[in-house]
Design a protein around this ligand. Sequence first.
Ligand SMILES: C[S@@+](CC[C@H](N)C(=O)[O-])C[C@H]1O[C@@H](n2cnc3c(N)ncnc32)[C@H](O)[C@@H]1O
Length: 146
Amino acid sequence: MDTFAFRQPEMMEKLEVFEVDHPATQEFKLHRLAELEWEHPAKLHFISIDFTKESLVTALNNLSSYEPKVKSFFNWLGVINFLSREEAFATLCSITEIVPMGSMIVFDYLDTDAFVPEKMSPYIRELKEFLLKIDEPIIQASIHQH
Ligand SMILES: C[S@@+](CC[C@H](N)C(=O)[O-])C[C@H]1O[C@@H](n2cnc3c(N)ncnc32)[C@H](O)[C@@H]1O
């Protein structure tokens, strides 16, 4: 779970942060924050959406605190492997429709070889088994070339 807003109090004085999670993850996260009694930074906004069913752009546009004219930085680490190739591209394309020039995105994804059984590293094998066990399977379609 991302913890940027809680790790960077100085930056939270200058930035509006929109923390986007799958509804199940965000429900768990908010519950955990309540248990810990951590105060939410004033400029932290939670968005709960499922990229396989909903549009990030629509969710952002529905928020009065989101200002589309302001340059934005999108941190999309550790997410693409849970989406199909089409869902990943749909989200990436939709972001380009709303952000001004000079905005940035960082994302990661697994190499096309990652799931070829004879090339699979022990780390990926373990990760794949673990994520399957907790019902968050890595979607192999997202990393294979079509
Ligand atoms: C491994 S965590 C990465 C969290 C954070 N980006 C980081 O780098 O610490 C995976 C994230 O993917 C999100 N995620 C997985 N599937 C998703 C989906 N279908 N729609 C939206 N978010 C999803 C989860 O909510 C979770 O926040």
